[in-house]
Design a protein around this ligand. Sequence first.
Ligand code: NAD
Ligand code: TYD
Length: 344
Amino acid sequence: MKLLVTGGAGFIGSNFIRYMLSVHDDVEIVNVDTLTYAGNLENLIEVERDPSYTFVRGDITSEENVEGIFRQFSFDAVVNFAAESHVDRSIHMGVEAFVRTNILGVQYLLDASRAHGVGRFLQVSTDEVYGSLGDRGKFTEDSPIQPNNPYAASKAAADFMVRAARKTHGLDAVITRCSNNFGPFQFPEKLIPLMIANAREDKALPVYGDGCHVRDWIYVRDHCSAIDRVLRDAPTGSIYNIGGEHDVQNIEIVKTILKMLDKPESLIRFVEDRPGHDRRYAMDCSRLRSDLGWQPEHDFETAIAATVDWYVRHEAWLSNIRDGSYTGYYDDMYAKRLAEAEED
Ligand code: NAD
Ligand code: TYD
């Protein structure tokens, strides 16, 4: 199978490429990534010499780039990871890049897939399209689409473009909606790697609001195996929730990390809440389990310990990123929030 993976230099995409090349010998992968602040070829050093792997620097928001890539290769399937992926950035840094990549870029990929007769298009989506849960219940694939932040809204719009490409033009397309991932190579703007990195440096750990927001955490390799299963076996037009079915409050995650690193809870700072902060996510993955026989293989406790250990052992990877130019924005934002928290 010749596979186009977009956004493969990011966190989940790079884990997916490694996963696919390690478990299948009939897969060839072309990774197209424009290398934004979140794209990092260091994530792929392990596979860069693999004859079944090719990297092409390309931007999915350029119709010309996309068309050129589809003309050059003949793909059996497309898995689209490419996205602007951070909620805080969509709130604080403007939404243009989110709309361009997460919606327009997806449309260009859908158009090219149709024009070039690609066998299957898999859109990697998120549980955030469902909005927030109250105290009880879980998201199913039939839950209403009610995104609450610009990132989630852009991903929801893409889901609808994928649906339209199938209904209107008959493209074989499927959608996966996954919960919060953690594991190696995650950019340290997201909760788990940020808390590990800050704790290691004895810096304050900013917890938004009261810290009681709940997320469903899945180890990234389990997300990868679920995508593989959906890509190969799901009926056309289907949508599958993917989750670790491990729902935890943010504050518990932060305390777990501190404990593993033997750091004091006094590093925790409760800071101003994220605007529009969804209170609770929880995933019902029974459709994926019963239709396709998928189940996660990693329990949370073992996987979080392995993840903390990975960041400790890959200090250079982390510091290369943390020394990069992006940190200005985060340092400014957190400095402001932390200063406000100290004043209260
Ligand atoms: P990430 O930010 O780590 O990686 C995104 C990648 O996309 C980067 O390599 C970046 O360079 C690339 N990219 C961005 N714009 C591009 C463009 N215009 N053209 C080509 N490449 C471009 O993101 P991630 O956490 O790995 O998420 C991957 C996908 O999974 C996203 O679609 C995201 O919405 C979805 N998702 C993520 C999570 C999570 O917990 N991280 C959960 C559910 C779904
Ligand atoms: P994040 O990793 O940004 O993922 P998402 O917003 O896609 O769920 O955040 C996970 C949770 O952690 C979310 O409820 C926001 C919270 N959070 C903090 O409390 N402090 C932080 O510094 C960050 C980055 C997130």
